[in-house]
Ligand binder design. Structure first.
Ligand SMILES: [Mg+2]
Length: 260
């Protein structure tokens, strides 16, 4: 799998040739290093500056695609005029683009009930951080002792499996996070396709991501002939065609794009 910076001449030629480019990125682990508690993630001022420059560049249409809630994501990124696809794309907000997945929207009440159940069952466990993101729920366990991870996963599964069996909810997993999502046919890939549909003038899409939920995005971007870039170690399993080592290298690639 080629390292994006090693083949930069061909990448920059493709970017130069495209009149408009849809430039999308995940947030945690991609634009910022993963931190112990999600609320501690900070977009480095240099990266924010580069994103602001790219927003002003007439070639690029910028967006961030994340599992965070819309309010949280807008707050963390803090750049006006870009597309925010939050809650794994269930809610999207940007210039001329407002979308909330209708079925997921109807399930906020159920999610709140499940959140209360999860709080009761898991809230007291050491190192567990619960997050109600409105349309989805997260159980973060990065701070939990290694010895208790299996127990947290088991208790999560035992708590949500009867609810999942009813058919309205599903679960997913990311880096040290378990999630409850509405059981609707929607993911980061579908969200990216939706954004592409709103911006047909952008013939090239670039997408950076580091986690399991980004794989759906890689598939859609690849099908559209775009550049899908996995952020992580060389031999990690991913369907992405290109790779960068770290958020630091994503920042370098973005800076190179801003200089085009
Ligand atoms: Mg991520």
């Amino acid at each position: 799998m080629p390292h994006l910076l090693n083949i930069w001449p061909s990448v920059s030629a493709r970017l130069r040739d495209a009149q408009r480019v849809l430039l999308l990125s995940d947030f945690d682990g991609t634009l910022t290093p993963i931190v112990d508690r999600p609320e501690l993630a900070v977009l480095a001022p240099g990266v924010r500056q580069t994103l602001v420059e790219l927003t002003g560049h007439r070639k690029f249409i910028l967006g961030v695609v994340s599992g965070r809630s819309l309010h949280d994501l807008e707050d963390k990124v803090g750049i006006p005029g870009i597309i925010y696809a939050a809650n794994h794309g269930l809610e999207i907000s940007g210039p001329g683009l407002e979308f909330v997945h209708p079925e997921a929207d109807e399930m906020r009440g159920i999610q709140t009930e499940v959140f209360e159940i999860l709080k009761r069952e898991l809230g007291h466990l050491l190192g567990v951080v619960l997050e109600n993101k409105g349309l989805t729920l997260s159980v973060h366990y990065r701070l939990a002792p290694d010895a208790s991870v299996a127990r947290i996963q088991e208790r999560f599964a035992a708590t949500v499996s009867p609810l999942v069996a009813e058919g309205q909810l599903k679960t997913s997993e990311g880096k040290k996070v378990l999630e409850v999502r509405p059981n609707v046919d929607w993911d980061k890939g579908k969200a990216i396709a939706h954004i592409q549909g709103q911006h047909p003038q952008a013939k090239l899409t670039v997408f950076f991501g580091d986690d399991l939920t980004d794989e759906d995005g890689f598939a859609v971007v690849q099908e559209s002939g775009g550049l899908d870039v996995f952020v992580g170690p060389a031999r990690a399993p991913t369907k992405a065609l290109y790779r960068l080592d770290s958020p630091g290298e994503v920042a370098r690639a973005l800076a190179l794009m801003a200089g085009l």
